[in-house]
Design a protein around this ligand. Structure first.
Ligand code: HMG
Ligand code: MG
Length: 302
């Protein structure tokens, strides 16, 4: 079996990880998390979302968080922008990458961004154009790529359709997202194959929530297909407020532990990463939702 020799991880903890937290997390804590992640060697960090504060109150401090980050050369800072209003606000914060987020499920599109898939593409079109005109990289997420909390199982053809639409409007990279973590390896392979009809293997990433404990298996299945980019979340935080029952993304710590054990390079210092996950978990007054972190923290105690 041939695996990629190198994997790029986007830590989405500050955004996906925290967006679902009910109690407000101060901007200073979010900024500190970003700093700790970049000190641990992360070169891609999804920082925040420029979305409606009525829809996602936790992300209302997006501009403040972006302004407070001490930028490290070589690190790409990304933000979510669902429409031009979000993009225009984000632009002032100088993101390196913006993310538009579509869904392979009509029902989820309606619940999450209040419009149909087709309408969402029309909203993203000027966003992608403006971003590219400003030389900002454009990523697209395809939510519910294997299953939807409202529609159930999603056919791979839906993923191919959304990938095609995103490609047509100039989205440069897509993330195949198992929003509610229901996917299993063969289903995820099919979703990836559908994405590969329109994007090259170098322009696709996996975004796996771990609700059913399948995310590492799904990551391994994707690695075997040559997919080498993954969104993961520090301490396994995360969830979408509009995806009922969804829990966190796969923990960055667990993925890095697995990749290190496989001899795959990530450039990440696992010890520092564990400290970053512990920092945010301590703030939230819970234990990191990562088996590797738990095991390694116990080992430190001797
Ligand atoms: P809408 O209500 O249809 O928007 O929401 P609208 O254009 O009709 O505007 C309504 C109000 O929102 C207006 O304010 C606008 O100014 C304001 P009002 O006049 O009522 O005071 N507004 C905004 N404010 C700030 N920033 C903006 C913005 N746009 C409009 N960008 C909208 C449509 C998309 C804005 C809304 O549905 C929304 O914010 N949704 C965001 C939902 C979200 O953030 N979900 C989580 C992220 S996606 C995710 O987690 C999945 C992912 O991880 C992959 C996976 O796991 O699947 C990426
Ligand atoms: Mg997500």
């Amino acid at each position: 079996m041939k695996y990629p020799s190198k994997v790029k991880i986007v830590d989405v903890g500050p955004r996906d990880g925290l967006q679902n937290e009910k109690a407000p997390v101060p901007a200073a804590v979010k900024i500190e998390l970003v700093h700790r992640l970049q000190d641990a060697g992360l070169t891609e960090i999804e920082v925040t979302s420029f979305v409606s504060p009525k829809w996602v109150p936790q992300m209302a401090d997006a501009a403040e968080v972006m302004a407070g980050i001490r930028r490290k050369p070589g690190v790409r800072y990304s933000v979510l922008t669902p429409n031009m209003k979000g993009f225009e606000a984000a632009l002032l914060s100088r993101p390196d990458e913006i993310v538009v987020f579509a869904a392979a499920s009509e029902a989820f599109s309606q619940r999450n961004i209040n419009c149909s898939i087709a309408e969402s593409i029309e909203r993203f079109r000027p966003v992608a154009e403006a971003a590219r005109a400003h030389k900002i990289h454009v990523r697209g997420a395809i939510s519910c790529a294997v299953g939807c909390p409202y529609e159930g199982e999603i056919a791979p053809e839906r993923v191919a359709m959304v990938a095609r639409l995103l490609k047509e409007i100039g989205v440069q990279h897509i993330g195949v997202a198992d929003t509610i973590g229901v996917g299993t390896p063969v289903k995820v392979e099919r979703a990836m194959e559908a994405a590969l009809q329109h994007y090259s293997v170098d322009d696709i990433s996996g975004h796996f929530h771990d609700t059913y404990g399948q995310a590492l298996g799904n990551t391994l299945a994707s690695l075997q297909m040559g997919i080498w980019q993954y969104d993961t979340s520090s301490a396994g935080l995360g969830g979408c407020p509009y995806a009922k029952g969804a829990t966190g993304n796969v923990a960055t710590e667990d993925v890095v532990y697995m990749l290190q054990g496989m001899g795959i390079e990530t450039g990440i210092d696992l010890d520092k990463l564990i400290d970053a996950g512990k920092f945010i978990s301590d703030f939230l007054e819970r234990k990191p939702n990562s088996r590797a972190s738990t095991a390694l923290l116990n080992k430190r105690l001797g």
